[in-house]
Design a protein around this ligand. Structure first.
Ligand code: HEM
Length: 534
């Protein structure tokens, strides 16, 4: 039975997306406190053929860093300013929930951390966050190298076969390959389950992709028809979705049962000091089950695992996809990256310590996240009325917003804002070494690495919310370091062995979005052995 994950969506607490949008519209029409905000009157045709976040960028340049977007019955406030983003995500974070995003994700993630309401979220976050401790992350580097090694071996075998037939390069959809790699890593890291998707297809892998596909469909489809009574039985794609969910949930239930049967209860501190080099199962599930005092029903645990499976899979695959897309167009940066890899690793594999020396690879990863943030928009809904601060190029005294206002914090706009970045659309990983606040904006502290001492990667603290690839404030991503190290390892191991070129022109790689920015038809590349390494 598929119990908990769907019941909450039908409950009285859940507000229908359209109800809410019309509340908001009423506010606008009645000249509510949003009255003085610039308005982007979107025509639906503006959206045809391109993702929403790109249209929001054009309107940001036209209307400023806080504007409202009225689209038929839907209306949103769009924020592209670090001071206002900081207020919503950190300073006044508990006045907001996930709004429309929770409506879409609850049927899949139930009460998992991402869609969870504040009361459910608080105790779960306290339990889950300590699971990503230093020794866990260090032990995960082996998982990253082992899984990336499988991908590399697969490419080498394919290439060898190709060479026997006189060819020198293989054509691969690297986006699909990165997706398999990230799925294998998240399965092992979060619940010690080897999907083995780099080398095979299985019903459970198909179910994971089916679920992701449905999440994307729901995030881009205008009318939430899946909420209509009987839709889950009558609409074929909804029937398939329910079956996919059941398959994944059965698999997770089995893993939870198994972990509970072998439970060794102990305190958090002791768990964090275990000898991870000798642990057979270093997974997060093991940690969550063994933790004393963290008794939780299986349903909640399953929602948490499902959330991390989805949150940590396509996001990382997308980072690698766009990093390669950018590098393939900048061969000199690719060579610079390979030179660093040769110096630091030679022919060896990355380790936790060598990651610290792979500075340029780390900067490529963050620059890829700057240009292609995953997700490009953070979604919030105000639980009570609030006063937004005045932002850069905004109204000095800010705007008052009523309860129930739907908000997009556009990370994409922030990351490409001409007010905070030199040549904002250019791929320039080195920019993070030389970043500065050229305008001295009041209320924004500029870029300063000393605010986050010891951080391996630039973050929202260093940039005072001009760069926030993992969000910020209490609901910041729990898996940020996991994902950054995973991407660094995978990218380093790929470039250590291969040169990569795009198969077609860059313009043919079209962008589409659901939760992440991905390609329309795959990232087709020509992959060949590096010519400068023998
Ligand atoms: C939340 C990005 C990888 C688990 C978030 C948020 C962002 C994000 C932007 C904040 C969402 C919001 O404020 O609305 C990313 C990116 C990743 C990545 C870009 C890869 C490059 C991961 C991984 C995991 C993970 C590997 C788990 C292993 C989560 C969870 C939350 C979250 C559980 C919700 C946190 C909370 O509300 O307390 N992620 N993420 N993410 N992420 Fe990630």
């Amino acid at each position: 039975t598929i119990r908990c994950q769907s019941t909450s969506t039908d409950g009285p607490k859940t507000r229908n997306l359209l109800d809410n949008a019309s509340n908001l519209l009423t506010n606008f029409l009645s000249g509510g406190s949003l009255g003085s905000m610039p308005v982007a009157e979107g025509a639906v045709s503006d959206l045809f053929g391109r993702p929403l976040f790109l249209a929001l960028y054009d309107w940001f340049l036209e209307h400023g860093s806080v504007y409202k977007l009225a689209f038929g019955p839907k209306a949103f406030v769009v924020v592209s300013d670090p001071i206002v983003a900081r207020h919503i995500l950190r300073e006044n974070a508990f006045s907001y929930d996930k709004g429309v995003l929770a409506d879409i994700l609850e049927p899949i993630m139930g009460k998992g951390l991402i869609p969870a309401d504040l009361d459910t979220w608080k105790p779960r976050r306290r339990v889950i966050a300590p699971g990503f401790h230093a020794l866990y992350l260090e032990s995960m580097v082996k998982v990253f190298t082992n899984c990336s090694g499988r991908t590399i071996s697969k490419f080498e075998e394919l290439l060898e076969r190709e060479c026997l037939q006189g060819g020198e390069a293989i054509e691969l959809n690297l986006e699909a390959e990165f997706s398999s790699l990230a799925l294998d890593i998240i399965g092992l890291g979060v619940f010690n389950y080897d999907f083995g998707s780099v080398t095979k297809e299985s019903p459970i892998i198909k179910a994971v992709y089916g679920t992701l596909f449905e999440a994307e469909h729901r995030s881009t489809f205008y009318v939430p028809y899946w909420k209509f009574p009987l839709a889950r039985w009558l609409v074929p794609r909804q029937r398939k979705f329910q079956k996919d969910l059941k398959d994944i949930n059965d698999c997770l239930d089995g893993l939870i049962r198994n972990a509970k049967e072998t439970r060794q209860e102990t305190d958090v501190e002791k768990l964090q000091q275990r000898d991870y080099s000798n642990l057979k199962d270093a997974s997060l599930l093991r940690f969550l089950v063994d933790m004393r005092g963290a008794d939780v029903d299986d349903c909640q645990l399953r929602d948490d695992l499902m959330t991390m499976l989805i949150a940590g899979h396509e996001t990382t695959a997308a980072v690698l996809t766009w990093a390669v897309f950018l590098l393939a167009q900048n061969p000199s940066k690719m060579k610079k990256a390979q030179a660093e890899i040769d110096t630091v690793l030679g022919q060896g594999r990355p380790t936790f310590d060598s990651l610290k020396k792979l500075e340029f690879i780390r900067l490529i990863v963050v620059e890829s996240l700057r240009l292609f943030p995953q997700p490009p928009l953070l979604i919030r809904r105000s639980l009570k009325s609030d006063s937004l601060p005045g932002g850069h190029k905004g109204k000095k005294d800010g705007y008052a917003i009523p309860a129930g206002t739907d908000i997009f914090v556009s990370v994409y706009n922030l990351h490409r804002s001409p007010y905070f970045w030199d040549k904002p659309h250019e791929f320039e990983p080195e920019r993070f070494l030389a970043q500065r606040n050229s305008e001295g904006i009041e209320g924004w502290a500029g870029f300063d690495p000393s605010r986050s001492p010891g951080a391996l990667y630039p973050n929202e603290i260093i940039s005072d919310f001009a760069f926030l690839p993992f969000g910020g404030g209490p609901r910041k991503c729990v898996g940020d370091q996991f994902a950054l190290m995973e991407s660094t390892v995978a990218l380093a191991m790929l470039l250590q062995k291969f040169d990569v070129e795009l198969k077609g022109p860059p313009e043919s790689v079209e962008q589409v979005t659901g939760a992440t920015i991905h390609t329309k038809n795959g990232l087709w590349c020509r992959v060949k052995k590096r010519s400068d390494v023998h």
